[in-house]
Design a protein around this ligand. Structure first.
Ligand SMILES: C[S@@+](CC[C@H](N)C(=O)[O-])C[C@H]1O[C@@H](n2cnc3c(N)ncnc32)[C@H](O)[C@@H]1O
Length: 244
């Protein structure tokens, strides 16, 4: 048996040896191949960990890399990418069809500073190298409201620690949720990771005092956020700063 090369402390294996995405039967899995340099899927999202800046349509060295988790078709990420052509963006979602739609719209617009990952975000730590990401965004993750479902919630102590590994010291993790119970759960998790994340700001009513909140447009608000604001639901939000 060949000797294993020791791993540097800063570098995890490119793909986890114990994990492979299953064979996808979704028709949009094949259609995603229409955008080989724009949309990465399944194990391919773990192939360039630590080197994503080289995979954009523009030279990436020295540019900020921003990553949105649960980006849907990338309505927010696409707007950011169009507004900030000097920065790099990656949108992650696990639905094939909406990632295909996001890639289609990105190609139509000719944006070269945006990539999409069709992936399970539980794999975040294998997608990026240590400190590769400048800012991470998680907007309105599924709240899994019933107690029996809480185990499915993405935001928890372990994922905050994994996020801290991929975000550079001084980098940002911005979170928004409509769900009171999930926000309390998040706060409990924040309290356990004070060694790696500092809570820079938090609010339980992001749009308080703004009579025109209903008129806010993407990317200041997400598509889900627009609906929540319309229904009078208060948006809970936290800005975490990576210590170090
Ligand atoms: C409630 S939607 C919010 C979408 C968008 N952020 C917004 O605010 O309009 C949650 C999104 O997260 C995605 N999602 C849920 N679980 C995921 C997972 N494990 N990995 C990747 N994406 C996931 C869903 O497909 C969906 O697009």
């Amino acid at each position: 048996m060949p000797a294993r090369t020791p791993l540097s402390a800063e570098r995890l294996p490119l793909t986890h040896p114990d994990y492979k995405y299953g064979l996808a039967r979704n028709p949009y899995s094949a259609k995603l191949r229409e955008f080989p340099s724009l949309a990465y899927s399944d194990n391919a999202t773990e192939t360039y960990a630590g080197a994503w800046r080289e995979k954009f349509g523009i030279p990436g060295a020295g540019r900020e890399l921003h990553v949105e988790i649960g980006c849907n078709t990338g309505h927010v990420t696409r707007a950011w990418a169009a507004e900030n052509p000097e920065k790099l963006y990656i949108g992650i979602d696990w639905k094939f069809k909406i990632i295909h739609r996001g890639a289609e719209k990105t190609a139509e617009k000719g944006l070269r500073n945006l990539l999409f990952f069709r992936a399970n975000v539980e794999r975040l730590r294998f997608m990026f190298g240590a400190g590769e990401v400048d800012a991470l965004y998680l907007y309105f993750p599924d709240p899994w409201p019933k107690k029996a479902q809480w185990k499915n919630r993405f935001l928890k102590e372990s994922t905050l620690r994994e996020a801290a590994r991929v975000v550079r010291p001084g980098g940002l993790f911005h979170i928004k949720t409509d769900h009171d119970g999930y926000y309390e759960w998040m706060r409990d998790a924040f309290a356990k990771v004070g060694d790696v994340w500092e809570i820079e700001r938090e609010t339980t009513d992001l749009h308080a005092g703004n009579p025109d909140a209903g008129k806010l447009e993407i990317p200041a608000v997400t598509l889900f956020e627009k609906l929540f604001i319309k229904d009078g639901i208060k948006i809970k939000s936290a800005w975490l700063r990576r210590r170090g």
